[in-house]
Design a protein around this ligand. Structure first.
Ligand SMILES: Cc1ncc(COP(=O)(O)O)c(C=O)c1O
Length: 377
């Protein structure tokens, strides 16, 4: 039916909320199958930086076992998971808070730290939820231009004013894949005035080699007004269960917990996350596979003349000329990638690193579609 025939329905949402652009998620396999008449079994999703190996067998066992208890509300305190996370990270129980994905914590930061009188500082290329959560609070955002593909850390510090409520920064960063080296990160955290809550998003931390991961204890000693966010959606392969966590001083954690909806972290999610922490061999196997496949895909890009941005995460940003059109053409062939036009990167696409056979299919279709490669201007 044409849009003109649609009735105009009343929506009395606040003006600043109605103006927020909807989040453009990676297309689900079932939706692409319906749209293009494809067999879901033949569709490869490389759009949302998920774990192509699935989740740990131990987590799957925990999911099955906890599924018999779904008539009970989950433990609001996430007691066991919180203890395990505290132990794993060498912090106290009071310094850790699980959330329904790290997105839940981003939202609580916006609710607790931002409003009309304050703004959030976000880097030019950074996870879209920072801005949308800030805007939902009526807060403005100050976007600090990148320096090439890297953060301009000095400019981020210089953007701080008395009205800055929070500053968001991710390393490795989505959708670029760049990282801030631990020394530079520490200097940056020292330089940001203490009245600003710095949200350090480490959703892709585990894809870094161990020696390149920032030292949590050092960071926390450097700065009190700091929230480190992690997730079980990426290396742990539990995106569908929505579990993330924050680490901060107990006062910040108490505020975040007060703001959270009760029982937002499901019992099945808590059980699966706990089991996954106890299966480091699984996450290590994915880390290793991701590193070698990333290298292989980058070599193929180089060979065929595609510009790409070196990545330290489980995805790669690469140049195609027309991102949305190429994503659409790949989707028709059963490969879902992620257009990044919403980040102002219309000529680029982001591809998540899949299993070797999935990556082969992706590369074959890409090279069929763009045999000449694609160079950025
Ligand atoms: C940088 C970054 N932070 C946070 C998230 C959200 O993760 P979660 O599934 O834990 O909400 C994502 C998801 O893609 C991300 O890329």
């Amino acid at each position: 039916m044409p849009d003109t025939a649609a009735p105009v329905l009343l929506n009395t949402a606040l003006g600043h909320v109605a103006a927020i652009p909807p989040y453009p998620p990676g297309r689900p396999i079932a939706a692409v199958a319906r749209e293009f008449g494809l067999d879901p079994a033949n569709i490869i999703k490389l759009a949302s930086n998920e774990n192509p190996m699935g989740c740990s067998p131990k987590a799957m066992e925990a999911i099955r076992a906890s599924a018999t208890e779904t008539h009970y509300y989950p433990d609001f305190d996430c007691f066991e998971l919180r203890h395990a996370l505290a132990e794993e990270n060498g912090v106290s129980f009071a310094e850790v808070l699980p959330g329904a994905g790290s997105s839940d914590l981003i939202l609580q930061v916006a609710r607790g730290w931002l409003d009309k009188g304050r703004h959030a500082i976000v880097p030019q290329y950074s996870f879209a939820a920072y801005e949308s959560c800030a805007k939902a609070q009526g807060s403005s955002t100050v976007t600090v231009p990148a320096k090439g593909w890297d953060y301009d850390l000095d400019a981020l510090v210089s953007a701080v004013t008395d009205e800055t409520g929070a500053l968001f920064i991710a390393t490795p960063n989505n959708p670029i894949g760049n990282v801030v080296a631990p020394d530079a990160l520490e200097a940056f955290l020292k330089a940001v005035p203490e009245h600003v809550l710095v949200v350090l998003d480490e959703a892709y931390r585990e894809f870094l080699p161990v020696e390149q991961r920032p030292d949590l204890k050092r960071l926390m000693a450097t700065r009190q007004n700091l929230l480190v966010m992690r997730t079980f959606s990426k290396i742990h392969g539990l995106a569908g269960l929505r579990v993330g966590y924050g680490i901060a001083n107990p006062s910040i954690i108490t505020t975040l917990k007060t703001l959270q909806m009760p029982f937002s972290v499901s019992a099945v999610g808590q059980a699966a996350a706990l089991a996954s922490i106890n299966d480091p061999a699984f996450t290590q196997a994915y880390h290793d596979l991701n590193a070698s496949e990333r290298q292989r895909i980058c070599a193929a890009f180089e060979d065929k003349g595609f510009d790409y941005v070196p990545s330290q995460a489980n995805f790669i940003l690469f140049h195609v000329g027309d991102g949305p059109a190429t994503a659409q053409a790949l989707m028709k062939r059963g490969v879902i990638t992620r257009p990044v036009a919403n980040y102002g990167l219309k000529t680029w696409l982001r591809v998540s690193i899949g299993l070797p056979e999935q990556n082969d299919v992706f590369l074959k279709h890409l090279f069929d579609l763009l045999p000449q490669g694609s160079r950025a201007a």
